[in-house]
Design a protein around this ligand. Structure first.
Ligand SMILES: [Zn+2]
Ligand SMILES: [Zn+2]
Length: 133
């Protein structure tokens, strides 16, 4: 069992019951959007508001405890911060998987050939997952 309290404290976040529950949901689900997170949270904290969820998510983002994954044509999802990686999204069921990909070479090539200074390297590939194939 992972000690979420310590992980939160490492990011100088107080381990409130809501934050522990959010962490648990993120850990179990991998990537989740705010609405789905809210649906899961309301089962445990019947009076929690969507605003409270947003407040906690924003604070966790500020503390780099979690990160936002911007998806094309879909709502952003959130995940616990881990090493740099990219994502692949299933166009049928919308499931998201991590892919480890070293984009540094690509970024260097783009900088050289396009004289463009790259500031972000969010990459989302799309395809059909093993369950939908
Ligand atoms: Zn799928
Ligand atoms: Zn991810």
């Amino acid at each position: 069992m992972i000690n979420y309290t310590n992980i939160l404290r490492e990011h100088t976040l107080k381990a409130t019951p809501q934050r522990l529950a959010i962490t648990d949901v993120l850990y179990t689900n991998g990537h989740i959007n705010i609405e789905s997170l809210y649906e899961k949270m309301i089962k445990k904290f019947t009076s929690i508001s969507l605003a409270t969820i947003y407040k906690n998510i924003n604070l966790m983002l500020e503390h780099s405890f979690i990160q936002e994954v911007k998806l094309p044509n879909a709502k952003s999802v959130y995940e616990l911060t881990k090493e740099t990686h990219s994502h692949i999204v299933c166009t049928t069921c919308g499931s998201i998987e991590d892919i480890s990909l070293d984009l540094n070479k690509v970024i260097m090539q783009v900088s050289e050939s396009n004289a463009f200074h790259t500031t972000s390297s969010d990459l989302v590939l799309s395809g059909i997952c093993i369950h939908c194939k």
